[in-house]
Design a protein around this ligand. Sequence first.
Ligand SMILES: [Zn+2]
Length: 589
Amino acid sequence: MNTSIRILLSVSIILSAYCSKQRIIPADIIIHNAEVYTMEKDHPWAWGVAVRKNRIQRIFYRNEPSSLKPYVGQQTRVIDLKGKFVLPGFIDGHVHFNRAGAMIADINLMKVADDQGLIREVKRVVDNLQKGEWITGGLWGAYEAWELGAANSTGNKGQRWLPRKALIDSITEHNSCLLASFDGAFFLANSQALANAGLLKKTLEGMTLDRNGYPTGLIARGSPALERIRALITPKSRERLLNENRAALKHLARCGIVEVHDIATPDQTRCFVTLEKNGELTCRIWLRPDLSQGKLLIDKGFTMGIHPESRSKSQWLRYGALKGYIDGIMGTHGALFFKPYDDQPDNYGHYRRHTSDHPRYLVANMDKMYRMIKAGYQGGFVSNVHAIGNKGVSLMLDTYERLKKELRIDLRGFRVIHAQVVRPQDFIRFQKLNVIAEVNPYHIADDMRWMEERIGSDRSKWAYAFQSLLRNNAQLSFGSDWPGTSAAEYFCHPKYLIHAAVNRTTINGKPDGGWFPEQKISVEEALKAYTINNAYAVFEEDIRGSIKEGKLADITVCDRNLLNIDPAEILDMRILLTMVDGRIVYRDL
Ligand SMILES: [Zn+2]
């Protein structure tokens, strides 16, 4: 044995003797007696986890209660999970947080299409308002013609329910209302709003009158009466916005979600900053400012991952990627296709403002799009771009390809958002370019009902084609798009997304066997897209996204082992505990 090896050996003997004598610092929280799915290839299953401060201190792989002992101190909370299922916290790759808070704490009439429903919902909201605050929006009737979860239209498209102000006047004496139907075709103003606008006695174009010539409160889209009332609406108070935020955070915690990738509106960003300062954030936030704001942000010295106010790296609130748009959405026949829609033979879809200088968004300016993305990258931001139709997706991949070639860069972190309908030859390009396919599984449950009518089965079979993406080694990222569009509510509870990706049916289980069942993916793949892949999507798979010693303690507990149940049972799953950064933010056990 040569001298240096001998020295090394003796040093290591001394070190190990020293370490074994060193006292283990007790954990803050220990969860044990659980089926822990770590999402780590070498040790996918464990029995318990010790958490100290905001980190995973120790993982217990075997069912050995005595192994916990050294980690239990006087202050340690030890939670016996009695066989429950533990996994890395869910990361939602796509939400619209500001709207979600409003849907929970403010008026939500999407499921309302009758008198009693309207009264109930207005009453609920009024009870939480100050005198003089406005109630706006609501989007009544979104599910009138397409009941939630139904495979077919209920067929009452012709005879819509229309509200009248008499229903709500007595409960809204101190608050003005301007409610809207889901499609923006009708509005309902209460007497308070009409009086403020001087329209109780005098009428203006756009107002519906009853038999006696008095206003019913119904106001038509784009009418002078509507404009007059709209001009009076006062913005929500800061406290009201913060309360909406708190309601949304509470909901996310109940859903087991530890981080969301949001868009970034200035108002909402200010709320997040306040909540972070107050220590009220219970979910990590990765903000995606609009691509058109990239230059402004960069000029101000912001870059990815830097929290603008404190200029320190926060693990709660970060500026993430820049968000752009190439085309419209399927719901309005706006997604961009190589061939026209089957039910609108002249319509190929349209571009978005970013991509087009044409007033009706019919001609693309992909060069402009390219320049914005390139400038963003040079200033320190990757881009995440919305593309839904197969031409939108294809053009986006072309643009990324150009960027990769010209700048000779790795496109890691760049995303195609939605990637809803893809041409067969484009699937392989995600992996080749190292671009993430950020997908929204729950949309399947909603869109499948009319997808084939609009784009036929040849194109539909490549819609939400997660299995094709996976077979072509694409990196999948799951997002909910919570809380949805004006026509459909998108849930953020993971059960809806996992169910849709694994079963490909509506929430009522239709059609039997699933829609284009060859595109179903496994629960394992769905969980990956919801945890470690979304940590990777924000460049943090080394510190989050799986249960590993030293990683941040973001953990979700479910009532059943999702990998062992009949897939038909996924919708029954419940969240029992949510831990973010070592803090239990929700507990139901
Ligand atoms: Zn969205």
